[in-house]
Ligand binder design. Structure first.
Ligand code: SF4
Length: 732
């Protein structure tokens, strides 16, 4: 590393690749920064994907440079000073509390936040303002993984580490297109898979994705049949006696109930429900049974479901059944989407959480926070706050009077988007804090605050394997942009909480936050900015580091797994089997809406295109939205390659050019999720989706809804057709 090279971390996804910013001089003599992978980073070992490699290309475009304000949404936005903007927020919060109640205020944050941003927001909203109405876009991403881990193991926290990618002999990927969504993780796994022919790769996905292309076994199950499949594998493992009975007896609860459920999932019935060959189901169980170390990976395909927690727990059940946890190469590993969704979990950044993996429902946890934050006893609310979907409802009913959105773009990413837009139009006062402008959400804000972004602010991010990396600033914020945490802190001070927000730097914030993790499962009390800068990324859950002195410079080396002693974070130290029957999709196809619509990410895209949409190389990779449709369905509909197809759900419609491919199962169609109304006409996938959510995790079922397909060329005569042939799915 040269003296001026700055270590940082990629701001896109939860893989958390280490980056180095290297100063350069352009041909015209101006100075700039070049980004390269950090070979010393334990998680990525110098690798980066196209997003990380091009991240500097859009840092300076379409930026919000100063606060803007309008009293009503039909007025033009006008510049306003920071001082006036902050006073306005403080005044609106104050009057909202006086005229309504503390739960009339809500904030919607983001996995783009650094941990310091998350922490100060929790202290302001849940602490000083006394409402738990703080939710984050992680609700849409991995809240089912959080509730699954908590219910099964007694605590959140992925138990695995990336070294397991090279130590497994069977990787079971379900509901994750890892090759496109977490490319560097997939690179590590694929290298290991290619070099070791005995290593098996099983991919479960209704689409033949690039991930599935690499698999030894691709199980293209029908959407919504994940639990059928998982229970079917469990049933076969039982039949084959491929069970670690000593692990089950010594370290688990609930086995009897689980096996009672499994007996309903016979191979023939499961194969039929899932739409796969029984031989393939048996092969999956055989691969699992023959392996010494099974590593399962999952992401939104499992989590974004009305039975998301049950799916996660049914997968964890297989690991408990076979004792595949707490040892090299094995375990249930949730891949986080957003770059610091993990940091958000640690800082308590969802409506039911408090910092340090605490719960708002736990009286002891609330008391600890009240004491630590120097707030009166009983000040913290015991009521779980509003999820973002509840907040939208609160805008509809008039119960939410003040909404603060930061570092996320809900007018692209929330389900039932037309309803979301209508609710935001009714919002009495919406603050929107973002680095970029315009975005789809900025059109619904009264007050816009310019946020500093990656490269302009220093703070921590935790990746999927619990590695904390310091993301260091190496250039000044553009215009009048400020870091998110400093904006929250200043509002806190103007509301009279000067003592609580006396931070001068983000290092001060982090130093306070980690005290709240001491002796908690996510203990980071040994980590601080200086140490991260001096010795590099640190992984929590690593006993030898926790044991070292605060000043000790223990280098990051190797990786840690949780539960290596098979003692879990439950009251009795045992993991809990779940016992779930499959309920299927919340909105199954029917004769009126005969297709299942699903959606997902493309390799080059992230973040509703606010950044990646401005990068030429990525624009060329993904020039336009499309709809994947099976040739059999296309033929039934009379659709040719590239024809525009209208997709209609019960909530709205969108149009896409058809991409006819055998890579999608008949009866299912797929469109990418990134095109908001600023990027394409009539291609917003979330006008189609519905907000029905998992009762435990409250994560909406963004991944599937029932739709009709109508070739646009046939639309003018549609009104005359009562039961158009065009609406019949070939396998429904
Ligand atoms: Fe960034 Fe994720 Fe790509 Fe790594 S895999 S470079 S973290 S987008």
């Amino acid at each position: 590393m040269t003296l001026d090279c700055v270590k940082t971390v990629c701001p896109y996804c939860g893989v958390g690749c280490g980056l180095e910013a290297v100063p350069t001089t352009q041909k015209d003599g101006t100075s700039g920064w070049k980004i390269r992978g950090d070979r010393a980073h334990p998680s990525s070992q110098g690798m980066v994907c196209v997003k990380g490699a091009t991240v500097m290309d859009a840092i300076h475009t379409n930026r919000l440079l100063q606060p803007l304000y309008r009293a009503t949404l039909d007025q033009p936005l006008q510049p306003i000073s920071w001082d006036a903007a902050l006073n306005l927020i403080a005044e609106r919060i104050h009057t909202t509390q006086q005229n309504y109640d503390r739960d009339a205020i809500a904030m919607y944050g983001s996995g783009q936040f650094q941990t310091e941003d998350y922490y100060v927001a929790q202290k302001l909203i849940k602490g000083c303002l006394g409402t738990n109405n703080f939710d984050a876009n992680s609700r849409l991403c991995m809240s089912s993984a959080v509730s699954g881990y908590i219910q099964s193991f007694g605590s959140d926290g992925p138990p695995c580490c990336y070294d397991d990618l090279e130590q497994t002999d069977c990787a079971f990927l379900i509901g994750t297109n890892t090759a496109e969504c977490h490319p560097i993780i997939f690179n590590r796994l694929r290298k290991h898979h290619k070099a070791n022919p005995h290593v098996k790769l099983i991919v479960v996905d209704p689409r033949r994705t690039p991930t599935a292309e690499a698999a030894d076994l691709h199980l293209a199950i029908r959407p919504g049949t994940d639990i059928d499949l998982l229970n079917g594998i469990g049933c076969l493992l039982l039949q084959q006696e491929a069970v670690d009975i000593s692990f089950v007896q010594q370290h688990t609860n609930g086995f009897e109930n689980y096996i009672e459920v499994l007996r309903h999932y016979t191979p023939t019935a499961v194969a039929q429900r899932c739409g796969i060959d029984e031989a393939d189901l048996r092969l999956a169980a055989q691969y699992w049974a023959a392996s010494h170390a099974v590593l399962s990976l999952w992401s939104m395909g499992m989590n974004q479901s009305s039975e998301g927690t049950a799916k996660v727990r049914s997968l964890i059940d297989l690991h408990l059944l076979t004792g595949m946890i707490g040892k090299p190469g094995a375990g249930p590993f949730s891949l986080t989407g957003q770059p610091n969704a993990m940091g958000g979990r640690e800082a308590g950044g969802l409506a039911h959480l408090l910092p340090g993996y605490r719960s708002v429902k736990n009286a002891n946890h609330r008391r600890e926070l009240e004491q630590f934050w120097n707030l009166p006893a009983g000040h913290l609310s015991a009521q779980v706050g509003r999820t973002i979907c509840d907040t939208i409802e609160g805008l509809e009913t008039g119960d939410i009077r003040f909404l603060w959105i930061a570092a996320t773009n809900p007018v692209v990413s929330l389900p039932d988007l037309d309803r979301v837009k209508a609710a935001l139009e009714r919002s009495p006062f919406t603050v929107y804090q973002d680095a970029y402008y315009p975005t789809e959400t900025s059109q619904f804000a009264h007050l816009l605050l310019p946020a500093a972004q990656w490269s302009e602010k220093t703070g921590c991010m935790t990746n999927s394997e619990r590695v904390v990396t310091l993301s260091q600033a190496f250039q000044e914020p553009m215009g009048e942009a400020r870091s998110d945490w400093s904006i929250f802190a200043e509002v806190g001070r103007r509301l009279g909480f000067g003592h609580q927000f006396a931070f001068e730097t983000s290092a001060d914030v982090f130093a306070e936050f980690v005290q709240l993790t001491r002796d908690r499962p996510c203990d980071m009390a040994h980590i601080n900015h200086a140490r991260l800068q001096a010795v590099g990324p640190q992984q929590w859950g690593k006993p030898e580091i926790q044991a070292s002195s605060p000043s000790g410079a223990t280098p990051a080396s190797g990786s840690a797994r949780l539960y290596t002693n098979h003692h879990f974070a439950t009251a009795d130290g045992r993991a809990n089997f779940g016992a779930f029957h499959s309920r299927g999709l919340a909105e199954p196809p029917n004769p009126d809406y005969p297709f299942v619509f699903t959606n997902g990410r493309l390799y080059g895209h992230w973040h509703t295109q606010t950044r990646t949409g401005h990068i030429e190389k990525i624009r060329q990779m993904h020039p336009q939205p499309f709809l994947e449709i099976h040739p059999r369905d296309a033929a039934t509909l009379g659709v040719e390659q590239g024809d525009i197809v209208e997709v209609r759900s019960r909530r709205g419609s969108a149009q896409f050019p058809a991409k006819i491919t055998r890579g999608i199962a008949p009866g299912t169609v797929f469109a990418p999720m990134h095109w908001g109304f600023l990027w394409a006409d009539h291609a917003e996938i979330n006008v189609l989706t519905h907000p029905t959510s998992c009762p435990d995790s409250r994560q909406p079922e963004l991944k599937a809804c029932a739709v009709q397909l109508i070739p646009v060329a046939q639309l003018p005569s549609l009104e005359c057709i009562e039961s158009p042939k065009a609406m019949t799915a070939s396998n429904s």
